[in-house]
Design a protein around this ligand. Structure first.
Ligand SMILES: CCCCCCCC/C=C\CCCCCCCCCCCC(=O)SCCNC(=O)CCNC(=O)[C@H](O)C(C)(C)COP(=O)(O)OP(=O)(O)OC[C@H]1O[C@@H](n2cnc3c(N)ncnc32)[C@H](O)[C@@H]1OP(=O)(O)O
Ligand code: FAD
Length: 664
């Protein structure tokens, strides 16, 4: 606006090479270059403008999303973008749309659960967007309990078809994104019935709408489920309702990698575990962890830049007031979120590796790491999305009153992000899955079966059950070994305590239900240990760039010690640390905040977000917040006229009446 960088002094304070950090954040030089190029391309294109979103009504908003999705596809084709570049473009367009589900769930479901033949038939159509698909699992009556789904797929041997039917109101499909108004096809989950026998839930490719005129096919009732939380925000998505009235599909549209139905109607299961039917969810949970770091880093970038711009109190001799970022209370709320964004980035990278590894093993029929992959994706999805949703709201508060304005970008970000705690598995339901996995691991400890992967720490259970932290000075908390021992012993002791309490119940399922709140806490402790340990492992890698390692070490310590402080009840009650050691951890945390403070702006610059992507006046790169806020206010439609519409109808008569009353 005035061409001046109002945050230049802050940028000059940085003690590390920001460009090198950008590459660490992106994951590689190549990833950085792709991301940088595509984000700038989107930002420069008026076709991807998004600042008017909160002002639009539902129909206008939705049509605008359709236009953008079609335009994005046109640009992808024109520019010959690779799959990686196209995904980045959709990411930076930053508008939830049916395409998220088409590329994010429909295509992966066919890839993961379809046979080679099915993939060859359907994937080319989906890749060219000649068909558009959604993921139709959840119903009005059941979401978390997938085994409770009611939609049926009954095999008819006479015609070699499945009859898809919604027998009750509660069996109506409800929520699938892209279903409401756009999808031509869906991967629909239904109970497979052959010869009167129910074989449980399986996936089927079902055509929903005509490819000629988009009208629903016979027997199909479909529509949108209505407005969702937040104006604009996720209402760009057509989450849908769908009912089937005896809709017939050919037999070869059942996804048959896990199990098959023969021409004669015989149900056959391959050696593949039935849980692979849930494979798409494992894939998406893994991507949601990486998304958590994006959403949190975005909110943190806004709050950090604004905290350096905003001044309140503390003026000396008529000089400027203090920057709010210098208040320790502000740092204590903000810097752990900054550290969490980095922590989630690195655990997301690791989880992607784990997922790729398990996928490769599955191809050779090695299913041994599937339970761990399920527990890790479920647990980390839960812990990172909860922390991110809470973190975005904290960032809004960190920006004071201005954070509540839509132009801060934070209300929309929160509204779009918060359902991540529910979709792809309710966070509590998922933590209970982790708890089951942990209880199984503990129960096998005496059997000679060595725990592996993320539970390998349980292999030293005797040590972890009785060790005492040897931290004596605040600086001792900077040793990764001290942090790891405290987190491992806390997680192990909480799991073992649950396992011991479970033995008091004659019926294990009753015990599990009764102790579920404690089990969830044990699962959280285990997941936090994974995040801390993956951050520490990241620091063992070669990290080029002046001062980059030092900054990451500080952030890693902040993340761990902040968790230790927040959950000190766990650490103290399990006897892993003493009250004195907890207090030393807090002293160390304060000193780490001082270390990070001069680098804070550079640490958020390293995310390399364009102003377009951030969509926030408070977070703009040049920090020139006040003129931009002032100017934006005048663009609000309410300011189109000086005297508001409705004055003559509703304000003037009131004022006149008051005048008469006053004269009386
Ligand atoms: C406006 C613009 C602003 C823009 C801002 C943008 C910023 C945004 C940033 C990011 C945005 C990201 C955008 C992403 C878009 C995403 C769109 C939303 C997509 C949502 C899609 C969905 O929600 S799809 C539906 C998902 N549904 C669920 O997840 C259901 C959850 N329930 C289950 O998974 C299961 O039912 C259960 C696991 C809870 C239980 O299953 P079940 O009863 O069958 O199992 P058991 O408990 O009996 O266990 C049996 C056995 O199986 C093992 N197991 C269970 N699940 C799995 C699995 N998945 N894989 C492997 N193994 C599994 C379990 O452990 C048991 O094992 P045992 O050894 O027998 O103990
Ligand atoms: C924005 C959005 C997009 C979505 N997109 C899709 C999509 O594309 N496709 C699709 O199929 N679905 C989709 N869903 C549905 C989503 O996956 C489900 O809402 C989710 O799995 C949670 O299930 P539920 O709604 O049945 O919650 P419920 O299970 O009814 O949860 C209600 C409460 O009960 C608790 N609870 C449930 N079971 C237990 C238990 N065993 N123990 C303890 N507590 C329990 C939960 O913690 C929660 O507090 C979407 C949902 C949203 C919000």
């Amino acid at each position: 606006m005035d061409g001046i960088d109002h945050l230049a002094d802050e940028r000059n304070k940085a003690q590390f090479d920001v460009d090198a950090m950008k590459i660490v954040w992106a994951g590689s030089r190549h990833a950085f270059e792709v991301s940088d190029r595509i984000s700038k391309l989107v930002a420069a294109d008026p076709g991807f403008r998004k600042d008017n979103r909160p002002m639009l009504g539902r129909n206008e908003l939705f049509k605008n999303t359709l236009r953008k999705a079609a335009y994005a596809w046109k640009r992808i084709i024109e520019l010959h973008l690779s799959e990686e570049e196209a995904a980045k473009l959709r990411f930076y367009v930053d508008e939830p749309a049916y395409t998220d589900l088409h590329w994010g769930m429909f295509v992966p479901a066919i890839k993961g659960q379809g046979t080679e033949e099915q993939q060859q038939k359907w994937l080319p159509l989906a890749y060219k967007m000649q068909i558009i698909g959604c993921y139709g699992q959840t119903e009005l009556g059941h979401g978390s309990n997938v085994q409770g789904l009611e939609t049926t797929a009954t095999f008819d041997p006479q015609t070699d078809e499945f009859v898809i039917h919604s027998p009750t109101l509660t069996s109506s499909k409800w929520w699938p994104g892209g279903l409401g108004k756009v999808s031509t096809h869906g991967v629909i989950y239904a109970r497979l019935i052959t010869d009167g026998r129910d074989h449980g839930v399986h996936g089927f490719i079902v055509q929903l709408r005509s490819l000629e005129d988009h009208s629903p096919l016979p027997g199909i009732t479909v529509g949108d489920i209505g407005m969702k939380f937040g104006n604009g925000a996720y209402n760009t998505m057509d989450n849908g309702v769908l009912r089937f009235d005896h809709v017939r599909i050919p037999r070869d549209q059942m996804l048959m990698r896990v199990s098959q139905v023969t021409r004669e109607g015989k149900y056959m299961q391959s050696d593949v575990p039935r849980q692979l039917v849930y494979g798409t969810m494992v894939y998406v949970r893994q991507t949601i962890v990486a998304d958590a770091s994006c959403a949190l880093s975005r909110a943190v970038c806004i709050a950090t830049r604004y905290s350096a711009v905003r001044r309140q109190f503390g003026s000396q001799d008529g000089g400027p007031e203090s920057q709010v970022i210098d208040y320790k209370t502000q740092q204590n709320r903000l810097f752990p979120l900054l550290a969490s964004a980095y922590a989630f980035r690195f655990v997301g990278e690791w989880l992607k590796w784990l997922y790729t590894d398990v996928t490769q093993r599955l191809q050779t029929n090695d299913f041994s790491t599937l339970p761990e992959a399920h527990a890790c994706t479920a647990g980390l999805k839960s812990v990172t999305t909860t922390a991110t949703a809470d973190g975005i709201e904290e960032c809004r508060k960190l920006c004071g009153g201005h954070g509540y304005l839509c132009t801060s970008g934070l209300p929309e970000l929160f509204a779009v992000y918060v359902p991540a705690c529910t979709y792809e598995g309710d966070n509590i339901v998922l933590l209970l899955q982790v708890a089951r996995f942990l209880m199984k691991t503990v129960s096998q400890l005496g059997s000679g079966k060595k725990p592996v992967g993320t539970t390998s720490y349980m292999g030293q259970i005797e040590h972890l059950m009785q060790c005492r932290s040897n931290v004596q000075r605040a600086e001792d908390w900077l040793k990764p070994s001290a942090i790891l021992e405290a987190f491992e012993s806390r997680a192990a002791r909480m799991s073992v305590a649950c396992a011991q309490n479970l033995t008091k119940f004659t019926n294990p399922e009753e015990g599990f239900a009764e102790l579920s709140a404690d089990l969830v806490e044990a699962a959280v402790a285990h997941c936090q240990l994974i995040i801390v340990s993956k951050f520490i492992e990241k620091l063992l890698q070669d990290i080029p760039g002046k001062g980059v390692r030092e900054q990451l070490e500080a952030l890693c310590n902040i993340y761990a010690l902040f968790l230790l402080h927040k959950h000190q009840g766990d650490f103290l009650s399990t006897g892993c640390i003493t009250a004195k050691q907890a207090s030393l951890a807090n002293d160390q945390l304060r000193s780490l905040y001082s270390q990070v403070r001069p680098n804070a702006i550079a640490l958020v610059d390293a995310f390399n977000y364009t102003d377009h992507f951030l969509g926030s006046i408070l977070g703009c790169y040049d920090g020139n917040v006040y003129p931009k806020l002032y100017e934006a206010a005048w663009k609000d439609p309410l300011n189109d006229s000086v005297v508001p519409e409705g004055y003559h109808e509703y304000i003037r008569p009131l004022l006149k009446q008051n005048l008469r009353t006053a004269r009386l």
